[in-house]
Structure formats: C-alpha cells, structure tokens
Design a protein around this ligand. Structure first.
Ligand code: NDP
Length: 454
C-alpha cells in the first residue's frame, strides 16, 4: 500500500471507530457519515489545513440537538405522549434548513443522518442554507384531522422557541405535507405573533411558493434527464419503476410520464402496484385524489384499474425497467434488489428519497457502471425551492410557476455540473456520490474554517 493510501485508510478507520463509540447504536447516522468519509477523505488529504482544523470531526457533531416531550389528547380523550426532535447540524453557510418527518420509525439516529445529509445537499443547491432535520415518532396514518391538528400544535408549542426566519426554517418530509405545515404555521404565528417565512411548503394563499409541492419529484426528473444526456439518452420511451406514493413519488411519476416515459409502479409500506400499460394523466389524477384528499392506500389503484396488479408486502425492484426512482424511504433498495435491477437492464437509478440504497446496493450499481445518483444531489430540488420560497417571503413577492420552475431547472443543472466536476473518474465514469460529497463538503468546510472555531 502506498503511503498516502495508508494515511487515508488509517484516518478513515480511526474516524469511523471514534464516531461509533461516541454515537452508539445510531446505525443510519454511521451509514450516512461513512459514505461521506469514503468520498471526502482521499480528497481532503490534499488540503492539510482541513485536517489540522478537524473540519470533518466538527461536521459530524451537531451544533445543537433538541429533544422534547409532545403531549396531546386523542379523539377518545386519552393522553398520548410522543417525542419531538430538531437536530441543528450546521449553520456555516446559512440558517438551518431541513424538513420535519412524522413517522413511527423516527429516532435520533434517523434525525442525525437526515440532518447530516441535508448539510451537503443544501450546500449543493448554491443557496445560503445550513443543514437541519426534525420530526417525531408520531404517525399521522389513521389519525383524524383534529388529532393531527392537536399533535401539530403541541409539537410547535415547543419547537417555536428554537426556530425563526433567520435562525431555522423547517419544511415537510415523510408524513408532513400541506395539512401539517398549515397547522404548525398557525400555531407558530399565534405564539410568536409574527407572520414570517419561518416554515416552507406553506399554502398558496399564505406565503407558499408555486411549484414547491412539485419541486422534489420534478427536480429528480430534471437531474435524471441530465444524467441520461451524458449517454445520449432521454426519458422518451423508457420504462420507469418508482417506489412510494407520497409527495416525491407523485410528482416524479407525473414529470417522467410527461417527458415520455412509461411509469410502471408506485408503492407504499404495504406493497406495490404494477400497471403494465403505464400511468397517464387520468390515472395520476386518481392517485393525487386517493393519496392527498382521501388519504387512502395504493392498493385501491387496482380496484379502480383492474388490469393493474397489486403485490402485498413487496417492493417494485424486480419489475424490469430502464430507470428506477426510489422515492419512499431509507434503505429500501438492498443488495438483491440492486442485483435484480441491473440484471433486468436498469441503467439509471435516480434517488428521490434520502439514502434509499444500502451501501451494498450502491456498490452493485457503481460496479456495473450504471448511472446512479444519491438523493443529496437528485432530490435537492425540494429544499432548493424551499430556499426560493424564503427569498419570495423576504421580498414579499410571489414569482410565477414558470419563473420558479426555470430556477429549479438551473439549480438541478448546476448540481449535475458540480457532480461531473468532482466525480468524473479516470475512465470517464461519473461517480455522482463522490462528486456530490466533495462539492458539498468543500463549500461547508471552507466556510467553517473562515468563521473560526465555533
Ligand atoms: P410522503 O409522506 O409524502 O410519502 C412517503 C411515501 O413513502 C409513502 O407512500 C409511504 O407509504 C412510503 N413509505 C414511508 N416509509 C416507508 C417505509 N418504511 N417502507 C415503505 N414505504 C414507506 O413523503 P415524501 O414523499 O415527502 O418523502 C419521501 C422521501 O423523499 C423521504 O425519504 C424524504 O426524506 C425524501 N425527500 C422529501 C422531500 C420533500 O420535499 N417532500 C425533499 C427531499 C427528500 P405509507 O403511506 O405506507 O407510509
């Protein structure tokens, strides 16, 4: 082993060992850090000041972690207690920014992994936003509107003292859509007596940006278009498998379909639907109504369209496709799923969700030299448009949908360029993981060094 390789290997193993000792049991956080360490350390050794300044060591230590009790009363009059979180990871390049997740699986490890990823993603958008994430182990699934409102009000009663338009600006994520943002914003306004852009993803008539609901899914498709173009390809005529049926999946499906692709699948945590004929505008309208208004389950698609098939308890990755877009949750593509995708001819995987592929799955994609982009690059359109919502709120102006969409396209193209700049390997293969990690890291690292030891 060459001396530099040994320095890199020793540094990485020492760094990860210390991280695991300091943050025991936080497996998702270890996974997210490990991926960044693998990409960044070989690059960072060329810049001794970053090593001396212990920038990476500082980056994995959140600036602040807030954990709090969220008591509320359900419709039967019974008291319920949930746990709330806000992880304020890094404010080197702007106010903390990142979504709020309401899901039974939420724990500190998941919050820290998401806040860590968010720091790099936000840096990639070119907008001035630091990284954060928050949430609760509360699940809105099966709750009445009144229960969701009481929970959101209790959650915000504590969170409001830690956030603000120039401090920390939360947004939606899994389980937090327009309804939840509305209830939280209402409570924030009532307690703080101020109408500011402190939350993004707001309603269209009270400060929300046009195109914010569409932004993550559309942005992922714009990113995929740029990836496909590097091989002279496009969405036209391609078979696309999408997981999830929530905000990101819905708009990824709509845009892919409008770009000429045949979208074959959608899913939720109970199973997936496979429509061999592909989705169309009318079927999408049904999905929007089913998920966003009736809050139903994706298997109802098959009742409405009996030619489609429903597979309970399964994920869509065994269905042959050209492009896969995981848009549900973390670690939803495992090694065998990745092997199936590659074996069946999939040559492009664009992540809409955060960290949906396990490290073993990523190794399969990169080993097969297929196009593969990590969520922190390809799903950054959501937070970028949240950043554009903040700008509009500060200016007290509202841009047209076309204007926001144009800015979103430009931002996604710029992120793609940054990945090419830092991620192109000697044989010409674009390693989007490496590119996104190094580009995001260098921006945050230099800002941290310039601001001194804080
Ligand atoms: P939604 O809550 O709108 O939808 C989530 C979808 O994923 C639902 O269909 C849900 O099914 C499914 N899902 C959630 N957890 C699991 C699980 N453990 N196993 C299988 N399926 C699951 O969330 P979003 O669409 O907003 O978010 C999806 C992903 O995109 C997340 O990783 C999120 O962090 C990421 N993301 C979201 C952004 C945004 O702007 N919304 C921005 C950037 C990233 P079910 O109904 O059964 O729970």
């Amino acid at each position: 082993m060459k001396t530099t390789d040994k320095i890199i290997a020793d540094y990485k193993s020492r760094f990860m060992a210390e991280l695991k000792t300091k943050n025991p049991g936080e497996t998702e956080f270890h996974q997210a850090v490990s991926e960044v360490v693998d990409s960044v350390v070989p690059y960072m050794v060329q810049y001794p000041y970053l090593m001396e300044q212990k920038v990476l060591e500082r980056m994995v230590e959140p600036e602040r972690v807030i954990m709090f009790r969220v008591p509320w009363v359900d419709d039967r009059g019974e008291i319920q207690i949930n746990r709330g979180y806000r992880v304020q990871m890094n404010s080197a390049i702007g106010p903390y920014k990142g979504g709020i997740r309401f899901h039974a699986s939420v724990n500190l490890s998941i919050m820290k992994f998401l806040a860590f990823e968010q720091t790099f993603k936000n840096a990639l958008t070119t907008l001035p936003m630091g990284g954060a994430k928050g949430g609760s182990d509360f699940s809105p699934r099966g709750k009445s509107d009144a229960e969701v409102m009481r929970f959101c009000q209790s959650f915000m009663t504590e969170l409001q003292r830690h956030i603000g338009a120039d401090t920390d600006v939360p947004a939606g994520d899994i389980g937090v859509g327009g309804r939840e943002i509305g209830y939280m914003f209402g409570q924030y306004k009532r307690l703080r007596d101020e109408f500011t852009g402190t939350l993004t993803g707001k309603g269209q008539y009270w400060g929300g940006s046009l195109m914010r609901p569409e932004a993550t899914g559309y942005g992922a498709c714009y990113f995929a278009e740029a990836m496909l173009a590097t091989r002279g390809e496009s969405f036209a005529g391609k078979r696309v498998c999408i997981s999830g049926a929530g905000n990101v999946a819905q708009y990824a499906a709509q845009k892919a379909m409008r770009l000429g692709a045949k979208v074959l699948t959608l899913s939720d945590s109970d199973g997936f639907i496979y429509d061999e004929e592909g989705l169309d505008e009318e079927k999408m309208k049904f999905v929007f109504e089913l998920k966003n208004i009736r809050r139903g389950r994706i298997k109802e698609y098959v009742t409405k369209y009996p030619h489609a098939k429903y597979f309970a308890g399964e994920r869509p990755w065994r269905i042959p496709c050209d492009i896969a877009m995981p848009c549900a949750t973390q670690n939803e593509i495992e090694k065998t799923d990745a092997e199936n995708l590659v074996k069946n001819g999939c040559f492009c995987v664009t992540e809409g969700a955060n960290m949906p592929s396990t490290p073993e799955a990523i190794a399969i994609f990169q080993g097969a030299k297929i196009l593969y982009s990590p969520g922190k690059a390809s799903n950054a359109g959501g937070v970028a448009t949240s950043g554009l919502e903040m700008t509009q709120n500060s200016m007290r102006l509202k841009w047209t949908a076309e204007e926001v969409d144009q800015r979103l396209r430009t931002i996604m193209a710029d992120i793609h360029e940054a990945c090419i700049k830092y991620g192109t390997e000697e044989d010409g293969y674009i390693n989007y993981v490496k590119g996104a990690n190094i580009a995001g890291f260098m921006k945050v690292a230099n800002a941290m060094v310039e601001q001194g030891l804080v």
